[in-house]
Design a binder for this molecule. Structure first.
Ligand code: GLC
Length: 745
């Protein structure tokens, strides 16, 4: 009996012990959220769903500083739960520390002490922190075809944001860059679904870390702008996009789906309308698709003032009250109002009137509180002043420089690059000395245009060239400036004393509506500058800092080389100079199709009907340079490309072996691009789709074996029924100029 008694006693002790242990375990996040939610008043809940720009908390006309009375009122009377942005220009880490610490101190004194969630745009590094590491814009990062690099860029960005107490980044843009007129083309990872999706996931994981537990040391990423924002029919930002559901699912959805699968914590909504439906009012997109089909459980934040804008300019709501009701019904959790608290007042009235249930309010507040808790803000929302020493460190700068060097893309080289070491070089044009053109939008100010906002000591292209090529051999002559003013006479005269002329073209930085244009044609002043110098008979090298592919056709044939440096940030000038001198072997590959005319915007994954056929008068699909194009100073050969199997079933994996040789005389990087073509399908098939890629570094003479694997399930498309699937049939793999058939049964 004793034995039995002892066993019973042990069981009881064990149960007590376990119970004690369980009661000693910390409550789970969801338990903490529910406990807090139960204590919140309705006013506190709708305040939690309200986000104000920091500019709303300073007196009009007063210097850009927090007005303590306005701050107290917003947080303690109106219960505002989130802030965003800067006033006008980047702040120093110390200014950020003061700002965030002040905000969180006031938040601590609210009834429930819920910390503020501070959101910021850090789209190519922490661009609103002075001294932070800035990187090439996303379109340039895409030109590197280097996923680990994109991850590291975003991990550094997260570290530097968190050090100043900002735990939420409104990045990455996952919109597809298929409308080059669009002012935010540079913020995308290019036109291709596979490239943009794979790099977008790297950006999310770089920012957030992979495990949920990493979040207190990282930042929340934001997949934006859901959905279909990047394809305005007019090319102008926030104007109507005509995207049929099949194309929406085929091209614009995958990058968001993959980011959600990777655990992205926030989604920002497209400000525009898709097929006449403003996305901020679209329950179909924000709830049926985003929540129910894609399973997104994070926070959906509106874009700037976009609930209000359902009244004007969208005209789908007659009053602000109706706009709020539509947006909440659609599925928005937080309103970037961002100037006042009318959203909260109207939402409160809607709940009191029974037009919005408190259950619906609780859904959003739950998501917001969960994000704040997972970010560790309830434990400590203050800046990590010790970590601020690591802002802008040399190791981070080296990553930015590497990214710039990997991005620069040589589009043409007719025997003039690398420069002869003795060549006397004339350099002229706006890109020679303009830092704003080198950085692009979102650089220290929203538009990136204010040169005075840039830190001292940055290296322009002209200065970098003088350092790399030798100051005595580089002659900088001013001609056309970034605003198109200036003249070409002096540069034309100076060409007589040069062996080579570099015409450094550049597009003024911009983003969103201020960046709207009506043609991709090169501005006349820049075109004429290039033509004038080409007419001197001297070899002309055209270099480009630009947001989007401007039409170069008039100056292409007479140029001896054309080099695209996108907007590559602090090391863009240095990278460009080092490519021209040969210090760097270029490896950038176009992440978009470069059009030859404004009216010929087509993509590499076009239908066969875009190719020239009967009665065609334009020659069909003829881009200036194709997606994936980029020249090297060495020569890569694809000695063998073989398929492990040529008959595959749905659950199989296509396995391609590539033997790549560096047959040239210097080391270099190649990007193996694996495309797949389906010969016949129920939807007109694209001539090819990128399905895998691999960046490899090879020494001169070296050979590398690469095995590339593509699950057959990834060879599908969205069919006539708007559903994704793989259709059996005949396919081809296209790699390195080879075409190998295979069959899916
Ligand atoms: C802007 C942009 C969005 C940005 C937000 C906050 O209007 O559309 O990308 O994150 O406002 O600055």
């Amino acid at each position: 009996m004793l034995a039995a008694g002892a066993a019973t006693l042990r069981a009881v002790l064990l149960l007590l012990g376990v119970t004690a242990a369980v009661s000693a375990q910390p409550a789970s996040t969801s338990e903490r959220v529910e406990a807090l939610l139960r204590r919140m008043t309705l006013e506190e809940k709708v305040g939690e769903m309200t986000q104000l720009t920091i500019g709303a908390l300073s007196r009009p006309g007063a210097p850009a500083v927090l007005d303590s009375a306005l701050l107290e009122r917003a947080l303690r009377r109106d219960h505002v739960g989130s802030l965003l942005n800067v006033w006008e220009t980047a702040l120093t880490p110390a200014q950020w520390s003061d700002l965030v610490a002040t905000v969180q101190r006031v938040a601590d004194r609210t009834r429930l002490g819920i910390p503020i969630l501070y959101g910021l745009d850090a789209v190519h590094g922490a661009n609103y922190i002075r001294g932070a590491t800035l990187f090439p814009q996303n379109i340039a990062l895409a030109a590197t075809w280097d996923p680990p690099l994109v991850r590291e860029v975003n991990a550094i960005t997260a570290r530097e944001l968190r050090a100043v107490g900002v735990p939420w980044n409104f990045s990455p843009v996952l919109d597809l860059g298929r409308q080059p007129l669009w002012s935010r083309f540079f913020e995308t990872f290019g036109e291709d679904v596979h490239l943009a999706t794979t790099l977008g996931v790297q950006a999310v994981e770089g920012l957030q870390g992979v495990r949920r537990a990493a979040l207190p040391l990282r930042v929340a990423a934001t997949a934006k702008h859901f959905l279909g924002y990047s394809m305005p029919l007019s090319g102008r930002d926030r104007t109507t996009a005509w995207i049929p559901e099949r194309q929406l699912r085929e091209y614009f959805l995958p990058s968001f789906r993959a980011a959600i699968a990777a655990g992205v914590r926030a989604v920002m909504v497209n400000s525009g309308d898709v097929n006449g439906i403003p996305v901020h009012s679209s329950r179909e997109l924000l709830t049926d698709l985003l929540r129910e089909e894609l399973g997104f459980t994070g926070v959906v934040v509106s874009d700037w003032q976009d609930i209000e804008r359902l009244v004007s300019p969208h005209h789908v709501a007659a009053t602000q009250r109706e706009a709020v009701r539509l947006a909440i019904r659609a599925g928005i959790d937080m309103s970037m109002t961002p100037h006042d608290t009318r959203f909260a007042e109207l939402l409160l009235a809607l709940v009191h009137a029974g037009e919005v249930s408190e259950v619906r309010i609780d859904q959003s507040v739950r998501r917001i509180l969960t994000l704040k808790m997972d970010l560790g803000l309830f434990e400590d929302a203050r800046p990590d002043t010790a970590a601020q020493r690591r802002i802008g460190v040399a190791a981070a700068q080296a990553v930015s420089r590497q990214a710039a060097e990997e991005a620069v893309t040589v589009l043409e080289n007719r025997g003039v690059l690398p420069l002869s070491p003795q060549a006397r070089v004339l350099i002229t044009g706006p890109g020679a000395t303009s830092l704003p053109a080198q950085f692009g939008g979102w650089s220290y100010t929203w538009q990136g245009r204010d040169s005075s906002a840039y830190p001292p000591g940055l290296v322009t292209f002209a200065r970098a060239l003088a350092e790399e090529h030798g100051p005595g051999r580089v002659n900088l002559v001013e001609s056309i400036r970034l605003d198109g003013s200036g003249s070409v006479g002096e540069a034309v005269r100076a060409a007589a004393g040069a062996d080579v002329v570099i015409v450094a073209l550049a597009e003024p930085p911009s983003t969103e509506k201020p960046g709207d244009i009506e043609t991709l044609d090169l501005p006349a002043a820049e075109r004429d500058l290039a033509l004038a110098l080409e007419r001197t008979g001297k070899p002309v090298i055209v270099t480009l800092f630009q947001n989007r592919p401007r039409i170069l056709r008039p100056i292409v044939d007479s140029a001896r080389a054309i080099v695209l440096a996108y907007q590559t940030g602090p090391y863009g000038g240095t990278a460009l100079a080092r490519v021209l001198t040969g210090a760097v072997n270029p490896s950038g590959r176009l992440p978009f199709t470069y059009p030859r005319a404004s009216g010929a915007i087509e993509h590499y994954d076009h239908a066969f009907s875009a190719e020239a056929f009967q009665y065609d008068t334009t020659g069909g699909y003829r881009p200036e340079w194709d997606f994936g194009h980029g020249l090297s100073y060495t020569r890569f050969t694809y000695d063998t490309v073989t398929l492990a199997r040529t008959r595959l079933r749905l659950h199989d994996t296509l396995v391609v072996h590539v033997r790549l040789r560096n047959a040239g005389t210097r080391g270099g990087d190649e990007v193996i691009q694996l495309y797949v073509r389906q010969l016949v399908a129920s939807i007109t098939p694209p001539v090819k789709r990128l399905r895998a890629y691999r960046r490899l570094s090879l020494a001169a003479g070296a050979v590398a074996e690469a095995e590339m694997r593509v699950p057959v399930r990834e060879l599908g498309f969205v069919g006539r029924d708007n559903r994704e699937g793989v259709e059996p049939g005949e396919f081809e793999v296209l790699v390195g100029g080879r075409r190998l058939p295979f069959r899916v049964e």
